[in-house]
Design a protein around this ligand. Structure first.
Ligand SMILES: C[S@@+](CC[C@H](N)C(=O)[O-])C[C@H]1O[C@@H](n2cnc3c(N)ncnc32)[C@H](O)[C@@H]1O
Length: 296
């Protein structure tokens, strides 16, 4: 650990639960005072995850290849008919959601900074006979490599926690929207990101703070994967997210919080309907996800 790291807490927990974005198995965590190398650290983390995710039950590749959508009812309900729409998908991982959007008739460009993820996405594109334009880029660097305008920008579940500066992110979103275009955003709730991996204790601030640095084993899609990586992330409260987009003169047209996750990615969840998962000990007491739509 370098000098610029202030150890604020250190815990070992070994829950057997996949968890989006934040680690499956946190060996130690601490708050780092500087975020200068976050891109390099997180890129390695995500590159390492890719082969494990591709073969995981979580991403259920056989069903996906057979035509099943990877999109959840929340975003499917919001998107409506996207036939012929030009969509930019930010932080697309290895492209299942991007290809699902393309299968619905959209013309999709999708970006991620993980070379391994984009490599896999291109293969999946070929395998599924789709024509998604995949680009390997950091979100913030995208304006340097892509000059285009879209009817929709889309990003979902486990994305902004990897980004330190939401004003910069919102600027990128706006830059790629055509006049009248829409931004669709679905994310895990910042209240969930405050909690430890067991969702038992309040461990992190609701508000953005110094970066959260964790050493993790396994990954949410494959708890037993032989992985041990560092990750650097941030929690972003709702007002921070919404203000960043309002400050770009986008108009908020939809906001909803949900008391469930559409993924079974938390400890001891109960399935209370199709794609409705809640932790047994919390029931419906906390918000777990939210969705926003903005229009330019
Ligand atoms: C949880 S995944 C996206 C979730 C998506 N719904 C899925 O499961 O397919 C987060 C993605 O963000 C990407 N990512 C993280 N930081 C990024 C950055 N600065 N620029 C571009 N992509 C980034 C990672 O490579 C990863 O693919």
């Amino acid at each position: 650990m370098s000098d610029d790291v202030a150890l604020t807490h250190n815990h070992e927990c070994f829950d057997e639960t996949p968890f989006f974005g934040r680690a499956f198995r946190v060996l130690s965590s601490y708050i780092r005072n500087m975020d200068n190398n976050y891109l390099q650290v997180n890129k390695e983390l995500w590159n390492n995850k890719v082969p494990h995710h591709l073969s995981s039950d979580f991403y259920d590749m056989p069903a996906f290849l057979a035509g099943k959508t990877s999109l959840r009812h929340i975003e499917l309900g919001l998107l409506g008919d996207i036939t012929g729409k030009r969509i930019l998908h930010l932080q697309c991982h290895f492209g299942q959601d991007s290809i699902s959007l393309a299968r619905m008739g959209a013309i999709v460009t999708a970006i991620d900074f993980s070379e391994k993820a984009i490599e896999a996405a291109c293969e999946l594109n070929t395998q599924t006979g789709q024509n998604v334009h995949f680009i390997c880029s950091d979100v913030y660097a995208l304006p340097e490599v892509l000059k285009d305008e879209f009817d929709m920008v889309f990003t979902s579940y486990g994305t902004i926690g990897w980004l330190p500066d939401l004003d910069k992110w919102a600027g990128v979103v706006k830059q790629f929207l055509k006049q009248g275009g829409q931004f669709f955003f679905i994310e895990f709730h910042p209240v969930v990101w405050m909690l430890d991996n067991d969702l038992q204790e309040i461990t992190y601030r609701y508000f953005k703070d110094e970066p959260i640095v964790e050493i993790t084993e396994g990954t949410y899609a494959d708890p037993n994967a032989e992985l041990k990586d560092e990750s650097i992330s941030w929690n972003h409260g709702m007002a921070e997210v919404i203000s960043s987009l309002l400050n770009q003169n986008l108009t908020l047209t939809h906001i909803q919080e949900y008391d469930y996750s559409p993924y079974a990615c938390f400890p001891d969840v109960m399935e209370e309907g199709s794609e409705i998962y809640r932790p047994k000990h919390l029931g419906n007491k906390i918000p777990m996800t939210y969705s926003l739509i903005f229009r330019l």
